[in-house]
Write a protein that binds this ligand. Structure first.
Ligand SMILES: [Zn+2]
Length: 201
């Protein structure tokens, strides 16, 4: 990926769009940008409660684990990419937010993730209460933004939002559910298209 120029990225996107319209299969992922590297670091901001460290790591690890992609997220205390916890917009609406930054050539070169402290969160690895939002699910979604994936086209995200067939990158956190912890085939296809594995899995 290091030698990709902006022109080649634009070309790749055009190929993807043509593929969607021609094949008419559930190829929903959208890559808004890629890193020049195949790895990014992150660290906990001082605002992040200790209970959030495990859900944070989980969100990065699900992408690292995709065998058909070379992508990895790596924790590093000196990383400039911060995972924080604080107010965004009160209860409901946004539950997490990812802010990417870009190099002059258009590649991603940073990201910050913030989880909304106003929400009722479940930070464990079991089952959240019916009114609790699963931190691991939202973390997985936000880290997907961090590596360059956008929300898939809505017509490829089955409704309602509680439908467990929805990809991790589909919009809409649903309290009491954990299905977004597990990447859908479309999520895996997205990260694998952006950062193909060099060695066959
Ligand atoms: Zn999102």
């Amino acid at each position: 990926m290091k030698n990709y120029t902006p022109r080649r990225i634009i070309f790749s996107l055009l190929v993807l769009i043509v593929a969607i319209s021609t094949w008419n299969v559930a190829r929903a992922y959208i890559i808004y940008a890629t890193w020049a590297t195949e790895s990014a670091t992150y660290r906990y901001h001082s605002s992040l409660p200790t209970a959030w460290q495990s859900p944070t790591n989980f969100g990065g690890q699900v992408w690292t684990n995709v065998l058909t992609s070379s992508w990895t997220f790596v924790y590093n205390t000196s990383s400039g990419n911060e995972i924080s916890y604080g107010g965004i917009d009160g209860v409901g609406n946004l539950v997490g937010q990812t802010t990417p930054s870009f190099a002059g050539d258009g590649h991603l070169n940073g990201f910050d993730i913030k989880f909304d402290s106003a929400e009722s969160w479940y930070t464990g690895s079991g089952t959240p209460g019916s009114n609790q939002i699963d931190a691991r699910s939202v973390s997985a979604h936000e880290f997907g933004h961090g590596l360059g994936l956008d929300h898939p086209q809505s017509q490829y995200c089955p409704t309602p939002s509680s439908n467990p067939a929805r990809a991790t990158m589909c919009q809409g956190a649903v309290p009491g559910t954990t299905f977004r912890r597990t990447l859908a085939t479309d999520d895996k296809n997205g990260v694998s298209a952006a950062y193909p594995s060099i060695v066959a899995p």
